[in-house]
Design a protein around this ligand. Structure first.
Ligand code: GTP
Ligand code: MG
Ligand code: ZN
Length: 308
């Protein structure tokens, strides 16, 4: 039998088959051969084969290839950790306040997306961004991302947002406390647990503790647990550059193939940053991501980014 993973808690997976029946599954044997060396073998959104047993239980035998994924670097375990898979869109939810608008966090979220369209959703628009923040937010639209401002609290613009979700599976990811679960509740009329804000630190409290797939009318949502900080997966650093469209575009004119745009001579990206054509804060954000990968890079990567 084949099905989609709706939820995963303590190595027990809720898997729904094509008939809509939900089985409570474990992995058959010790490990899935498709998931060797990964932090977590099965995530919400995965399509799996399983053998049904008694009482709506089952054993997962195979994980189908993922067509898209959202993955981050798990510092504690020193492994890449996939959060959810097979969605059509990642809605990177950010907020105006509590937690404050942090565009560099958004840039990192984008760099954690593989094979999936990214939409930037600014929640808590009942509060206002400063002019400078608004400019940085508007930049995403100029770069080609779909952007939308909503308020889960007042319902402002939520209808327009829902229109963008039609026919799609959309994962809500972002910092803890930005209002992912509040938005899910506002859209679906569900009652996912919503957190109090940590007044002292002006941030979320990790209210949602596991990812969950929820059906809407004509679309599907995945609510995910928020992070306080996020690191991009350990991978080829050139993939990071490819998640900055303005740099990816310019790189065709860099003197070196596979230029990392750090301090290479004849680098078109650096030239455009100096001319003010590429936003300096985005470039700084990019360099910090590379920096944060430094101690995790293979040797050739380290040499490259130090420009030796
Ligand atoms: N002012 C305002 N507050 C909001 C809005 N949406 C959510 N909040 C508040 O933000 C806080 C956090 O909301 P959650 O929905 O729990 O945030 P989350 O992103 O799911 O957080 P995690 O599950 O920890 O990742 C709650 O106190 C909400 O009441 C909004 O549109 N405006
Ligand atoms: Mg939540
Ligand atoms: Zn370059």
């Amino acid at each position: 039998m084949t099905g989609t993973v709706l939820r995963s808690i303590n190595n027990i997976y809720s898997v729904r088959n094509s008939g809509g029946e939900v089985y409570s599954c474990r992995i058959k044997g010790k490990q899935l051969s498709q998931a060797k060396g990964e932090y977590n073998p099965i995530v919400v959104g995965d399509v799996v084969d399983f053998t049904p047993g008694d009482a709506m239980e089952g054993l997962v035998t195979y994980r189908h290839e993922r067509r898209s994924a959202f993955a981050r670097w798990n510092d504690k375990r020193s492994l890449n950790q996939t959060i959810c898979s097979n969605m059509d869109v990642v809605a990177c939810v950010c907020s105006v306040e509590s937690p404050p608008f942090r565009p560099r966090f958004i840039d990192r979220v984008i760099a954690c997306c593989k094979g999936v369209q990214v939409m930037i959703v600014l929640n808590k628009c009942d509060i206002l961004l400063t002019e400078e923040e608004l400019e940085r937010f508007t930049l995403y639209k100029k770069l080609g991302y779909q952007t939308v401002s909503v308020s889960a609290e007042t319902g402002e613009n939520v209808k327009a947002f829902v229109k963008l979700l039609e026919g799609k599976t959309v994962a809500f990811v972002g910092q803890s406390g930005v209002g992912k679960s509040s938005l899910v509740n506002r859209i679906l009329g569900t009652s996912q647990k919503v957190g109090d804000l940590n007044a002292k630190y002006n941030r979320g409290n990790h209210t949602t503790n596991h990812a969950l797939m929820l059906d809407g009318p004509g679309f599907t949502l995945i609510d995910t647990p928020g992070f306080r900080e996020i690191s991009v997966p350990h991978d080829d650093p050139r993939l990071v550059a490819s998640s900055f469209p303005e740099m990816a575009e310019a790189s065709a004119k860099c003197a070196y193939d596979g230029c990392l745009h750090v301090n290479e001579p004849g680098c078109e990206v650096i030239r455009l940053v100096e001319k003010g054509k590429i936003n300096a804060d985005r470039y700084e954000s990019y360099l910090r991501i590379l920096d944060s990968m430094e101690d995790r890079l293979p040797v050739w990567g380290r040499k490259c980014s130090k420009g030796q």
